[in-house]
Design a protein around this ligand. Structure first.
Ligand code: NAD
Length: 297
């Protein structure tokens, strides 16, 4: 299939590469020419703009930082809408707010193209391995059209419901992840300062009622697990600033829904402070370092 892929960053780069590996003819665009060249070296075709990328496309995928970038790529000069063939599906895999996702789907509809929101979970490791989870908001007909293509990049392709519900799922999952990571960080730090071996404590938690992904797969305490950001100075992984962006999406969506987020609000404040202290590009599990600072009282 002829696929246009726009946004070749930490996630989009390896995702586009997996489409090439699966035998698709992939035309790629990114503002970063080095990222474009890397994909061209892997067998994709380099292009000069979103409009150029979608020329003769049968399927379009975008993987961009935030809603403003998606808007620019879809509706801007040399954007997707001016050049994409009628009826061709557009799948936006960026993490953005549900209201913007629905707005972009309405604009696409007016342009004669169905648009699905399909944010992902699984991180850069999942993007490289082709094992991402896709949370898809789309009509049943559109989901049936996009699922086979997404399977080249992911293991679980989940139909969440109508347009926007993919982003709802993603925002709620990451809200919980932000909170659970702080909870694990607090418990691990307290345990260590009260004298238990952190590895022993993690072993207990991971077979007890405190078990969760932040504890048993991504433990933030250094020395407890191999292969996680805590084992390499919190480099790589999912950045504090990206988590902060997702918490902003959650709190904005909650305001629109008239829903309180008492723990989400505190989590957002803690990540905000940590980012302002200069740690925005570290993995989000580095928040444990903020809690390890000795208390003044
Ligand atoms: P990134 O910053 O590494 O990549 C974004 C890419 O978009 C960059 O290469 C940038 O040059 C390009 N870009 C920006 N504006 C553009 C434009 N107008 N035209 C063309 N290209 C443009 O980000 P990422 O880590 O790949 O994340 C992408 C999305 O996936 C974000 O919404 C993020 O929240 C989400 N996400 C990230 C992770 C992760 O672990 N990194 C996991 C799940 C979801």
């Amino acid at each position: 299939m002829k696929i246009a892929f726009i946004g070749l960053g930490n996630m989009g780069g390896p995702m586009a590469r997996n489409l090439v590996k699966a035998g698709h003819a992939v035309r790629v665009f990114d503002l970063n020419s080095v990222a474009v060249q890397t994909l061209a070296d892997a067998g994709a075709e380099a292009t000069l703009s979103p409009a150029d990328a979608v020329h003769n496309a049968e399927f379009v995928i975008t993987m961009l930082p935030a809603a403003a970038h998606v808007k620019a790529v879809l509706t801007g000069p040399e954007g997707v809408f001016g050049a994409v063939p009628l009826g061709v599906p557009i799948v936006d895999c960026s993490t953005i707010d549900p209201a913007s996702a629905r707005h972009f789907a309405e604009l696409a509809e007016k342009n004669g193209n169905p648009l699905a929101d399909a944010p992902v979970s699984g991180g850069t490791g999942g993007a490289t391995a082709g094992t991402l989870t896709f949370m898809v908001g789309a009509s049943t007909e559109l989901f049936a059209r996009v699922q086979p293509v997404l399977q080249a990049m992911g293991k679980n392709i989940v139909h969440c419901g109508a347009t926007g519900t993919g982003q709802v799922a993603k925002v709620c999952n990451n809200l919980l992840l932000a909170i659970s990571m702080i909870g694990v960080a607090e418990a691990m730090t307290l345990g260590a300062s009260l004298g238990i071996d952190p590895k022993v404590l993690a072993g207990i938690v991971n077979t007890s009622s405190g078990r969760c992904w932040s504890a048993d797969t991504y433990n933030p305490y250094p020395g407890v697990m191999d292969g996680v950001p805590a084992a390499r100075g919190y480099s790589g992984g999912f950045g504090v600033n990206l988590m902060l962006k997702d918490l902003g999406l959650a709190t904005a969506a909650a305001q629109q829904a008239g829903q309180q987020l008492p723990l989400g609000t505190v989590a957002q404040q803690l990540y905000q402070t940590w980012s302002e202290q200069g740690h925005g590009t570290l993995d989000f599990s580095s928040i444990i370092q903020m809690l390890q600072a000795p208390s003044r009282s």
